[in-house]
Design a protein around this ligand. Structure first.
Ligand SMILES: Cc1cc2nc3c(=O)[nH]c(=O)nc-3n(C[C@H](O)[C@H](O)[C@H](O)COP(=O)(O)OP(=O)(O)OC[C@H]3O[C@@H](n4cnc5c(N)ncnc54)[C@H](O)[C@@H]3O)c2cc1C
Length: 373
């Protein structure tokens, strides 16, 4: 038995478990052989502060403080490194640039750049593909793997226990305790359960007899192709097509590209589909000087959203001790540090941490009950 049972060892569960391990005993349970097998190991690893609804941006900014200066021993190298992102639009979509510029937060403004400047920053772009462009200097590369491992190490250091290869299939409340049973017959008990099941969060809730929050996992596909230092120098910003949401970015000397697709999917081990990969290649060859001879690697991952695209964080009003930490969508790596602290604050004192309050975080925008209204 422990004080807190965290279900799901993706980045969200790992960060929350590490925080909770400072105030009680924690058990973190993961169905796969290793943490990070699903969404947390399949991200684009970009820190993009001008992305998502306002409450998401607030939480991203709070997380960044931790990622910029984590505690000693969390990681042995910087977690955020400057990258920048450039958004271009073709003729006919020029107004999109005004929309992007208007959506930037005052603390992280965008600047318009000329099409020639855009092609200088990203020589892979065909000049005729660019009618207008903007530059976001605040975008960073994130070391998602190091952040995830840092939280798992912190959890261990604080006495928490992680069990992998344990799929929870049943959850029941008895005598003030939640009791979770796994496929192997093992049981874990705690008065408080944190549901950090990623794409499976609604399934986990239903195991406990709770109404769904309406989570929809969305599949996104990515490919990796050979780099080309002439067309994509090491200093190249991430390049977004503002008209279609497709993007291409450097990835350890190679290039990662995605259509920015969002195809509804059941929770599963998402796999790339041939048609999606062919469409990424087509986008690359129409908009850039790249010729794709071989896809070196490809993957698909799930980004799980509720209707308003804001995360779901808080106790379920219908079940004592059942806490939701779900719906991190396309921002879960950026959100993890601050959502871990928020989880601890709500669990420990029913309070939002002071720095998040000072940033204007309105907890009502995250409550599970809003998803069932
Ligand atoms: C292509 C792509 C690009 C992305 N790019 C970015 C980006 O640039 N920046 C960013 O911040 N975010 C990005 N994201 C989003 C980010 O990856 C996710 O929001 C984040 O990983 C979600 O983390 P999680 O821990 O909630 O979910 P997961 O990592 O999916 O973890 C949930 C875990 O719960 C486990 N689990 C589920 N059910 C059970 C059960 N019954 N018993 C035990 N364990 C269970 C699963 O095995 C899984 O490991 C991207 C996502 C994708 C797919």
């Amino acid at each position: 038995m422990s004080d807190y049972l965290v279900i799901g060892a993706g980045i969200s569960g790992a960060a929350a478990a590490a925080e909770l391990a400072e105030i009680g005993t924690v058990t973190l349970v993961e169905m796969e052989e290793r943490p990070g097998y699903h969404s947390s190991g399949r991200s684009a690893a970009l820190y993009t502060p001008n992305y998502g609804p306002s409450v998401v941006r607030t939480i991203i900014a709070a997380s960044a403080e931790f990622y910029r200066a984590p505690m000693a021993g969390f990681a042995d190298h910087p977690l955020l490194t400057p990258r920048q992102a450039m958004t271009f639009v073709p003729a006919g979509s020029e107004a999109k640039i005004d929309e992007y510029m208007a959506m930037a937060t005052p603390a992280t403004p965008l600047q318009e750049i000329s099409p020639d400047q855009a092609c200088k920053l990203a020589p892979l772009l065909k000049r005729e593909a660019v009618a207008r462009a903007s530059l976001d200097p605040h975008v960073m590369d994130m070391d998602a793997g190091a952040i995830h491992q840092g939280f798992l190490r912190l959890l261990k250091h604080r006495g928490g226990k992680t069990f992998t290869d344990h799929r929870i299939t049943a959850i029941e409340r008895r005598d003030g305790q939640w009791r979770a049973t796994t496929t192997s017959g093992a049981t874990f008990e705690a008065p408080v359960v944190i549901n950090a099941g990623g794409a499976w969060a609604d399934e986990v809730g239903q195991m406990a007899g709770l109404k769904p929050i309406g989570l929809v996992p969305m599949r996104r596909t990515a490919i990796v192709i050979a780099g080309d230092p002439t067309l994509a120098p090491a200093s190249m910003p991430a390049v977004d097509d503002g008209a279609t949401e497709a993007y291409v970015k450097l990835d350890a000397g190679r290039l990662m590209a995605s259509l920015g697709d969002a195809t509804p999917s059941p929770p599963c081990d998402a796999q790339p589909e041939d048609l999606d990969m062919a469409m990424i290649v087509d986008w690359l060859e129409r908009n850039t000087h790249l010729t794709v001879k071989r896809i070196e690697h490809s993957w698909a991952g799930l980004r799980s959203f509720v209707e308003d695209h804001c995360p779901v964080v808080g106790f379920d009003s219908d079940a004592e001790g059942f806490f939701w930490l779900a719906g991190q969508g396309g921002y879960g790596i950026m959100l993890a540090a601050a959502l871990g602290r928020l989880t601890r604050g709500l669990v420990e004192r029913d309070a939002v941490p002071a720095d998040l309050l000072a940033r204007g975080l309105n907890i009502e925008e995250l409550t599970p009950s809003r998803c069932r209204a």
